[in-house]
Design a protein around this ligand. Structure first.
Ligand code: ZN
Length: 517
């Protein structure tokens, strides 16, 4: 934030006062949110099972306080004073961006009646519990009534938020995760991407060779995996003075602000690449959070732009860096040092190949780079239909399985490995899934821009030089917080609008030689 503009003589005293009061109030809201976030991290990593019920009450209280603060009518008044001062709202200034984003947050918060917010929180907390049981038993019928409730509630939520002119219910929900994202704009990107990915997958399957999967099937001790994962994420730039790495069932990255980032990972004895990939992924999220400006903690300029941009950072470190030959050139001796004899029989080519195996499967979170986006597309199409009412929840398994056959050529064996695999819908999160693919596309486009800006970038990875990339990401993306919306940020950083071109070129350029296709 530049206080120079704030204290310029052009803004009136009344505006400056309103702005300061507004930011003080916003930062306090950020404190409440941060406390909730640390409790959430604690629940997934440290809390004994006995804490569940009381933790639920703690969350509910924080959510109510947060909602009351966010909808406080004084916020509207302060915003109106700032918005009415044309000199203060000078286009492009940091302060005008704060006001624009705070208005957006206030509008979202006030459009949702407290009864709907409470009902959604209650139903989704129960639905998550029921989903976990239904998934375990692979019993869709058990989850169906909860899905029906959540679909109905989310259709109401979309109506309250306001469906944009010419748009559809899905758009109103997606905008919460990815500002200005619409089903039409996603479809425009996804349809050609799907066709090109199908061609690539067909060619890879018919290729003249296949990398060895042996490294991914070699057991390594979990302690050594943890030490190795820590070493790698420290080397790429995650700051352990301002963050932690722990383990949880589902890896995530949370924390309360840029100087206290909590990320988690998980380990399986048989596959180092699982843990390495998920740790580098979460470190990408974590380094984004650590790169947000400390001066703006708790305000929009100290907050990530969107889930899609967040995901671009995690994907970039996981894939463009972590699955590259240059990275493995640096990594190989460290891997052999850490794991000793068990790792010595693998050549650099073996390790690089094992990081880039392509194999269509049922599970999104286990998917490789080439098939991953197909999983996302299936979910996007289905949630769009659920939200506009043209798909009855009882037909979900059939429609899910049909698309898996069509897009990935696999026959889904049961609902556990089918439409019950992801937690998102049970949490009431509709409109979220495409941010995974948007993030993947952004990551390739950002990485291309970084390569243009930093000569010898990838050669540097081979020598363990990752700082030039992190510095560039800090400068171009992280430090701006929510100053620019995703589409504008993308154009500023890469010089063009988001498209799948860079991603397809990257993927094809890497995988075709590996598969002789
Ligand atoms: Zn992620």
């Amino acid at each position: 934030m530049t206080h120079a503009t704030l204290h310029s003589s052009t803004a009136s005293t009344a505006t400056r006062e309103a702005y300061e009061l507004l930011l003080t109030h916003t930062r306090e809201g950020g404190l409440v949110g941060g406390v909730g976030s640390i409790l959430g991290w604690d629940q997934e990593t440290m809390m004994p099972p006995g804490g569940v019920d009381y933790r639920g009450k703690q969350f509910a209280l924080l959510a109510r306080i947060g909602h009351q603060m966010a909808t406080n009518p004084r916020v509207d008044g302060w915003l109106a004073v700032c918005e009415g001062d044309r000199a203060f709202m000078e286009a492009g200034s940091a302060e005008s961006a704060q006001i624009r984003e705070l208005r957006r947050d206030f509008t979202h918060a006030t459009r949702l009646p407290e009864t709907l917010v409470t009902e959604l929180a209650e139903v989704s907390s129960k639905a998550q519990h029921e989903w976990a049981l239904a998934r375990k038993a692979s019993d869709f019928a058990r989850f169906r009534p909860w899905l029906e409730k959540l679909v109905t509630l989310n259709r109401s939520k979309a109506a309250c938020l306001g469906i944009p002119a010419g748009g559809e219910p899905w758009d109103a929900l997606a905008d919460l995760y990815e500002p200005e994202c619409t089903a039409a704009s996603v479809t425009q990107v996804f349809v050609p991407l799907r066709e090109q990915l199908r061609t690539l997958l067909r060619d890879l399957a018919a290729g003249s060779k296949k990398p060895s999967n042996r490294f991914n099937e070699t057991a390594m001790p979990i302690d050594a995996q943890m030490a190795f994962a820590r070493k790698v994420v420290q080397a790429i730039g995650f700051d352990f003075q301002r963050g932690r790495l722990d383990t949880s069932t589902h890896p995530f990255c949370g924390g309360s602000h840029c100087n206290d980032v909590r990320m988690t990972t998980r380990f399986t004895e048989t596959c180092v690449n699982d843990a390495l990939g998920s740790t580098m992924h979460e470190a990408g999220h974590g380094m984004y959070e650590q790169g947000l400006p400390a001066s703006a903690i708790g305000t929009p300029l100290g907050t990530a732009v969107s889930l899609g941009i967040h995901e671009s950072q995690s994907r970039l470190w996981e894939n463009q860096v972590g699955r590259s030959m240059a990275f493995w050139t640096w990594c190989e001796p460290h891997l052999k040092n850490t794991f000793g004899a068990a790792a010595h029989s693998f050549t650099l080519e073996d390790l690089y190949g094992a990081a880039n195996i392509v194999e269509p499967g049922f599970i999104r979170v286990d998917a490789d780079e080439a098939t991953y986006n197909m999983h996302v597309m299936v979910r996007f199409e289905l949630e769009r239909l659920l939200m506009d009412g043209s798909l009855d929840p009882c037909d979900l398994p059939r429609e899910w399985n049909r698309r898996y056959q069509e897009y990935l050529g696999v026959t889904v064996p049961d609902d556990r490995r089918g439409c019950l695999q992801d937690v998102h819908w049970s949490m009431g999160a509709f409109g979220y899934f495409p941010t995974y693919t948007l993030g993947t596309l952004y990551s390739a486009q950002f990485f291309d821009a970084a390569k243009r800006a930093i000569p010898g970038l990838e050669e540097g990875f081979a020598k363990g030089e990752f700082k030039p990339l992190l510095d560039w990401l800090n400068r171009e993306i992280h430090t701006h917080g929510r100053r620019y919306r995703p589409a504008e940020l993308c154009e500023r950083v890469t010089g063009s609008r988001l498209s799948s071109e860079c991603y397809l070129r990257y993927l094809s350029g890497k995988l075709r030689p590996l598969y002789g296709a």
